[in-house]
Ligand binder design. Structure first.
Ligand code: FMN
Length: 412
């Protein structure tokens, strides 16, 4: 089993010489750092899977850029950013400073999920512990550096980068229509880069070891390592670091997870509740962006949730639909109404009042929201539910009376 590969080793090794990687970045200069980032092929770890260097290219020639570190971590089943903040805040802070240096960003925000009191305290403590380093940065690089800790507003949608910007500005966290993207017009209309905690925590490693070394781990399209939040019915849930593309879901469940607590695997949610499930016969799929894309799903934020065969797909679908219905910001109709309809239809099925054609209707509403919603919340709300209907039709049909009574046909 692969263990303590990179991030964990760094964290467990402790802070080391005071922000040596930051000093190295300053020594070699901005251009050389950007080249290392390009070479690393680092992909953002927050869920959207966008190349970090590519995003940063949009602002490289701009002044007045704002850097925001996204620590909202609202995706159910994700708890790896919390692990970094509480165990390796020094690494995150160094990554934020290297990023601020590379982007010439004086205004830096870190938006931390409000429920994560320990993470907020750990990061604040880190700012105190490294006040001398911050002063050095201000005297040597940028006297205007300002790091603000923002406590999250308590909604899933706050993690969407445009909603998060609204939230930091003190507005209601509605998502914004894109384009313009934040890199063009973000916080107070300034060029803004939003990156996930884990993404920025990789910067010290990239500067220390070089982009080529970073990219020597992993596979094409998925370089480096990834923190996985493993939860559900495994014996050993936790945060594990894997080299991307080398292990399958089966390896992770049996190796890190120590196998199932009871029963057998029924399905796995590979990347949080916006992703399609993998059935038990798909667990050989490797954990990397492209492999998951090939089977119609995605790695998301790396929240691997394992369900056993005692779990009913209808119950899971209802819970997920309930979550999305409550968490939609309500600003766009396809998401607000679509989620209400999906939840209503699923609840009817759960209560034995559903009809067979509801199954197609649920998927259709999900597809419409995917095409028409403003942000990723609505665009992905039908993914998990639709995949449960496709892969476990029996669970749904057994609750539908016209099928149970022998009048239904076609499905399953
Ligand atoms: C509803 C919703 C919630 C999100 N929540 C988070 C989150 O908690 N943390 C995060 O880093 N990205 C989250 N994202 C993705 C962000 O919009 C954005 O893509 C990410 O912060 C960019 O960072 P990265 O390029 O380093 O991945 C969310 C997106 C959506 C649509």
């Amino acid at each position: 089993m692969q263990e303590h590969l990179f991030i964990k080793k760094f964290i467990e090794g402790g802070p080391g010489p005071e922000f040596g990687n930051l000093r190295r970045a300053v020594e070699v200069g901005r251009n050389a750092c950007h080249e290392e980032l390009e070479r690393s092929q680092l992909v953002g770890r927050g869920g959207a899977g966008f190349l970090t260097a590519k995003k940063w290219r949009f602002v490289r020639d701009k002044d007045n850029t704002v850097l925001i570190c996204n620590g909202d971590e609202g995706e159910p089943g994700t708890f790896k950013d919390r692990y970094i903040m509480e165990n390796g805040a020094f690494m995150l802070l160094e990554g934020m400073l290297i990023s601020a240096f590379m982007l010439k960003a004086s205004d830096v925000f870190i938006y931390i999920r409000g429920e994560y009191q320990e993470s907020i305290e750990a990061f604040r403590r880190c700012l105190d512990d490294y006040s001398a380093e911050l002063e050095w940065y201000r005297s040597a690089i940028d006297p205007s550096l300002d790091i603000t800790v923002v406590i999250g507003g308590g909604a899933y949608v706050c993690g969407d980068e445009t909603s998060l910007i609204n939230s930091i500005e003190g507005r209601r966290p509605n998502s914004r229509i894109k384009p313009p993207y934040p890199a063009e017009k973000g916080f107070k209309d300034r060029p803004t880069i939003v990156n996930n905690i884990e993404t920025l925590s990789n910067l010290p490693l990239i500067i220390r070891d070089g982009g080529k070394n970073f990219a020597s781990l992993g596979v094409n399209g998925s370089r480096g390592t990834k923190l996985i939040s493993l939860s559900g019915k495994v014996k050993n849930p936790g945060v594990y670091e894997i080299e991307m593309g080398k292990l399958s879901f089966k390896d992770i469940i049996e190796g890190f997870g120590g196998g199932m607590r009871d029963g057998k695997v029924k399905f796995v949610i590979p990347g949080g509740i916006s992703t399609q499930v993998l059935a038990a016969d798909e667990l050989q799929v490797k954990v990397d962006y492209d492999s998951l894309r090939t089977v119609g799903t995605s790695l998301g934020s790396g929240a691997v949730i394992v369900a056993d065969d005692g779990i009913d797909a209808v119950d899971v679908a209802c819970n997920v639909a309930d979550f999305f219905m409550r968490e939609t910001c309500g600003i766009c109709f396809p998401c607000k109404e679509g989620n209400r309809q999906i939840h209503y239809l699923l609840e009817q099925i759960r209560q034995g009042k559903g009809e067979k054609h509801y199954l197609e209707l649920i998927k259709d509403v999900g597809r419409t929201a995917c095409l028409a919603a403003r942000c990723g919340l609505g665009q992905a709300c039908g993914n998990l539910v639709g995949s449960l209907i496709d892969k476990f039709p029996g669970d749904f049909l057994s609750r539908i009376s016209d099928v149970v009574n022998g009048n239904g046909g076609g499905y399953g």
